[in-house]
Design a binder for this molecule. Sequence first.
Ligand code: PMT
Length: 228
Amino acid sequence: MLAAVCNVWLVTPMKFLITAGPTREPIDPVRYLSNRSSGKMGYALARAALDAGHEVVLVSGPVCLAAPEGAAIVRVTTSDEMFDAVHARVGEAEVCVLCAAVADFRPAVVEPRKIKKGDAESRRIELVPTRDILLSLRDLPPPKNGRKPVVVGFAAETDDVMENAHRKLRAKGCALLVVNDVSRADIGFETDENELTLLFASGEIRPLAFSKKDTLAAELIKIICTIS
Ligand code: PMT
């Protein structure tokens, strides 16, 4: 929450729960399904929230980044682990920012032994949907002594970006959806820069121009605090 006193902005510290990085869905003991998320965007958000004086719990998939100093970090691997880690902590959170690239599907069966090259029958992998963490927060009952957290989702789109993002915002019921075009090589996955479009539940649309992820994260944390 932000308040202006004598032209000085005062920040009320808030409790952020942020997810970052990819998930890995095992196929067998040596292989998994995953994606290109480096964790840079989510970790930048965690650092920006800490720099602004907020408390941060960071639920992170496997990434090669140093934990932001001051964050309580919870390391997970699979989408199921991330779902459980978020639900174990959401009761304490005032703001949830789900930036992780969670796998939408996982193998129906995890083979206990490494699948062999010649094992023809095992070359088809049946996939089943993972649990949707963002969607699950929409229907959370309000906590006994407080308000439901403000929920911010991300949308990683490659085509019909705004059309798909609007559909996602309606389906997932979050206060704000942060959209990035991951078909571009210069933004989105793995890069140090990004370019974002903010879709608010109120109908407002606000672009955030191409910039360093750190700069965008600081701006985003300020904006999120105005809707909290
Ligand atoms: O990590 P970087 O390399 O810096 O890249 C940043 C990023 C591209 C990963 C990031 O900016 C981003 O877009 N994150 C969201 C990626 C994603 O999974 O988007 P989606 O459109 O598939 O999912 C929509 C939302 O639902 C996301 O908030 C996602 O966290 C959430 N979700 C998805 C599936 C699932 N099972 N549970 C979820 O909560």
